[in-house]
Design a protein around this ligand. Structure first.
Ligand SMILES: C[S@@+](CC[C@H](N)C(=O)[O-])C[C@H]1O[C@@H](n2cnc3c(N)ncnc32)[C@H](O)[C@@H]1O
Length: 228
């Protein structure tokens, strides 16, 4: 296993075809519907509202909420994720899918009635980067509209933490992972080795995520949302 320190930047290598292949089956329709309905309930908006799902990954929540009548926009920076999203959603104009980095959203001020940030999709960019993302969310939200953030938090992670795990895919291939948890700073370093079925290239990915205490995001978001 490669012991080099993970970089915060290489997220496109993490959310590639291997992610879709190994994590996709766990993110099934039933689970996704529960998550999507829970999130939109917290946002407290009615069908017809303009909602940003960011980052949307392969747009599983976007799809459910569009079906329920919300006017959905999904944003992600991974071409691989958006290609899968397009495959699932078809080619209609809505729900809208946009490729962008969430530090710089290509939307006007006050464009949305809610922003959903789901499935531990913040904490990738160190403090300044995360604050830039939160500031963009605030910029594109209409006055008084809700930002819903769903992330793993440190206390739960500490309870279920395993320093090593692995997963084999029924169609072939294995991934092996090592994790290091720094409970004081609330950061987790992850190293992953993918050994594919046969004849394909093995790949590695390393990443580091901020997984703070339950109040951690409140503190990180406070300067951005203080005046609301
Ligand atoms: C854990 S996945 C969750 C995706 C989706 N919310 C879900 O629940 O399936 C995190 C996503 O963040 C995206 N991402 C990472 N860094 C990003 C950035 N700087 N800008 C936009 N999307 C980013 C990845 O491409 C990936 O699709």
């Amino acid at each position: 296993m490669d012991r080099r320190l993970p970089k915060m930047a290489d997220w496109d290598d993490v959310f590639d075809e291997t992610y879709l292949r190994f994590y996709g089956p766990f993110l099934d329709d039933e689970r996704t519907r529960v998550e999507a309905e829970g999130a939109i309930g917290l946002a407290d908006v009615e069908p017809g509202a303009e909602v940003l799902d960011c980052p949307c990954g392969f747009a599983r929540h976007t799809a459910v909420l569009a079906e329920l009548g919300y006017q959905m926009t999904g944003v992600d920076r991974s071409a691989v994720q958006l290609e899968e999203a397009r495959r699932r959603l078809g080619s209609a104009d809505w729900p809208r899918l946009v490729r962008a980095d969430y530090r710089e959203l290509p939307f006007d001020v006050a464009s949305f009635d809610a922003v959903l940030n789901l499935f531990t999709s913040l904490g990738y960019l160190e403090r300044d980067g995360d604050v830039a993302v939160l500031s963009e969310f605030r910029r594109v939200l209409r006055p008084g509209a809700a930002l819903v953030i769903d992330t793993m938090h440190r206390d739960r992670l500490a309870r279920i933490f395993q320093a090593r795990d692995g997963q084999s895919h029924p169609g072939g291939g294995v991934i092996l992972r090592e994790h290091e948890l720094d409970a004081v700073t609330g950061t987790v370093s992850n190293h992953q080795l993918h050994i594919p079925a046969e004849g394909e290239r093995a790949s590695r990915a390393s990443w580091c995520t901020y997984i703070p205490s339950p109040n951690g995001w409140r503190w990180r978001a406070r300067p951005v949302f203080a005046s609301r």
